[in-house]
Each structure stands twice: as C-alpha cells, then as structure tokens.
Design a binder for this molecule. Structure first.
Ligand code: NDP
Length: 311
C-alpha cells in the first residue's frame, strides 16, 4: 500500500512526487516511457518563462529537474505498462500482473500531439515529416516546406522555418488563424510565407521521401498538389485519458475536470498538468498543480492518521 501513486513523470507528476516526498508521504511514480520528462522531451526551443530557470530547450530544464529529484526518496518506475486502473478502489494492475494499491492517485498523463490522419503521414515519418522547426531547421534549410495548423505552435514553427527555407506554406482549416497576434503580424511580414485558410492537407505524397502535399481549398473545384520536401503538423494536442475510460468526469474534449484542489470527480483521485488544463498548459502551471495536489493529499492523510492515532 502506497500513500500516493502518481501516473506520469512529466513536470506535473515530478512536482507532485517531490512535494509528496517533502511532506513525508510514500509516493510511487509510474512512467510508461523509457525516460522521464513528458513533453519536455519534445520542447526544442528555448524556455524563457519558467520562473527561476531559463533553459535553451526542454532537455536542459529536465536535466535540472532530474538533478533535483535525485535527492528525493520516492520510487520511480519507467517503462511501466498499465493494464487497468480502478480509480474508486485506487488499484492499478500492471501488464506484468503486479497489483498496486494506494490511498490517493494522481493522474499526470499529459497530452499527445494530434495527428492529421491522412495517407503518407505515418508512412513518411522520418523521411520529410518535420518533428520540430527548432530542432530540424538546419536539415530543412533550402527546402520548400508546408506547415499544417493555425495555432501558436504552427505559427511559431512556420516563422522558424522561414528563416532558412525559400518557401513556407501554412495550411489552416479555419477562416482565421488562432495564433498570438504578434505571431500573426510576423507571418504577414514574412515574404516567403504563404497562408492558405479554409484549406486542408488531404495527402502527403512521396515514395522514398516527402515530395508534395495535396491541398483542398474550400470553394475550389478540385484539390491541387504543392511540391514540398518537408511537412510539419501542429494541429494541437489531445489528453491521454484512455486508461480511465468512463470513470472520471471530463469536458467535451476529454480533458479531466478538477476542482481548485486538483481533485477529480472521484474522491482522492487528482489530476495535474496538461491532462486537466486545456486552457493554459504551461510548465509552471503543471508544477504548481502537482504541488497543490500533494499538499491537499498530505493534509487529508495527516487528518486521517491523526484520527487513527487518537490525536
Ligand atoms: P491549438 O489547439 O492552439 O491550435 C491547434 C490548431 O490546429 C487550430 O488552429 C485548429 O484549427 C487546428 N486543428 C485542430 N485539429 C485539426 C485537424 N484535424 N486538421 C487540421 N487542423 C486542425 O494548438 P497548438 O499546438 O498550436 O498549441 C497548443 C498550446 O501550446 C496552446 O495553448 C498554445 O498557446 C501553446 N503554445 C504556445 C507557444 C508560444 O506562446 N510560444 C508556442 C506553441 C504552443 P481551428 O482553429 O479551426 O480549431
């Protein structure tokens, strides 16, 4: 029996674990990946707004987190495959057959990038599909590229690629971009960027590597092919909640609903970080939410242990 089991070892889960340790609770962190860090592992540009620590990318900030948690005494298991979770019973079954039990559960499973789900997207992975404008800029220098999406991530990546690519075509399904105003102004000022709105990439074409995209513009008679050597998709993210099925209340997009204590609709089950924060997913927010959950859990445990010992 653990005091707390934390599912996910991104900034939110690690922060919760650090606080649990600090507050004298026995915490176990389960991470499905080989490495801890969650989305920090896919942040390739500078982190400027995490108070107290600037970093040139997610990996650098993660290294500081890792150094800090080294001193802590919570258990951290990586490459854990969870078979099922019973949130009411606070019981977790691993694929190995092992059963884990806790008093509280903290869900910190984060989000994953949404896929476009068009032919060529999976087949051409690593052969023209651009993972990150910041990381892959040099590899795509001098090449024509297409960026799909209309939010901050698509705009930011298009601007980064425009520094080295002769043409960048931004394809957005909506009427208006929803990116930050300063990004939109920069996109407009950048001559090599063309923005297609109300447009859809229907296919990524290429045998050995990306050669073109098929674009359908609303109102046009037929789709056309645009020759590009790189495609970057940034169409938002979706929460990792499949493990919990119907056990929790979620919003219309599947994000877990929580109280200001980070508690979910199931008593003593908490959700922290991006999986419960669709509006303001930040590293600072994730870290704060982890701390909040741990403090609430500690106060409840303290109260119940106090009662049990007759205090
Ligand atoms: P967003 O959810 O903000 O935007 C996703 C975009 O993709 C929307 O324009 C949406 O279109 C479009 N989209 C969604 N699904 C599809 C689909 N199936 N096909 C085509 N287009 C689709 O996600 P982002 O990844 O841009 O950003 C995620 C979060 O990270 C945001 O909070 C953002 O502010 C933050 N961020 C901040 C940055 C910064 O400030 N430097 C940089 C990067 C991210 P529609 O508008 O029609 O819904």
């Amino acid at each position: 029996m653990h005091d707390v089991i934390i599912i996910g070892a991104g900034p939110a889960g690690l922060s919760a674990a650090l606080w649990c340790d600090e507050l004298g609770m026995d915490a176990l962190v389960l991470e499905e990946g080989v490495e801890i860090g969650g989305q920090l592992l896919s942040v390739h540009n500078a982190i400027e707004n995490y108070l107290g620590a600037r970093a040139s990318n997610g990996r650098e900030l993660l290294d500081r987190f890792a150094a800090q948690i080294e001193q802590a005494e919570f258990d951290l298991w990586t490459e854990v495959e969870i078979e099922s979770v019973d949130l009411r019973a606070k019981r977790i079954e691993l694929r190995s057959g092992e059963l884990l039990q806790a008093i509280s559960i903290v869900i910190a499973t984060g989000v994953r990038r949404r896929k476009l789900d068009v032919p060529g997207e999976t087949e051409l992975e690593g052969r023209g599909l651009i993972e990150s404008g910041a990381r892959d800029r040099e590899a795509f220098a001098g090449k024509d590229v297409c960026v799909v999406g209309g939010g901050d991530a698509a705009a930011e990546n298009a601007l980064m690629l425009a520094e080295v690519c002769p043409t960048v075509t931004l394809v957005h399904r909506g009427e208006r971009l929803r990116a930050r105003r300063d990004f939109i102004e920069k996109l407009r000022a950048e001559h090599c960027i063309t923005v297609f709105t109300r447009a859809h990439v229907r296919r990524i074409i290429g045998d050995e590597k990306v050669e073109a995209v098929e674009i359908e513009r609303e109102g046009a008679l037929k789709p056309f092919q645009l020759a590009v050597q790189g495609v970057l998709v940034r169409i938002g993210v979706e929460p990792n909640t499949e493990l919990f099925g119907e056990q929790l209340r979620v919003d219309e997009r599947g994000y877990i609903l929580v109280t200001s204590d980070q508690e979910t609709s199931v008593e003593n089950v908490f959700a922290v970080g991006d999986v419960s924060n669709p509006l303001a997913p930040t590293i600072s927010g994730a870290s704060g939410a982890g701390a909040t959950a741990a403090k609430v859990i500690a106060s409840r445990l303290g109260a119940s242990r106090g009662r049990a010992s007759g205090r």
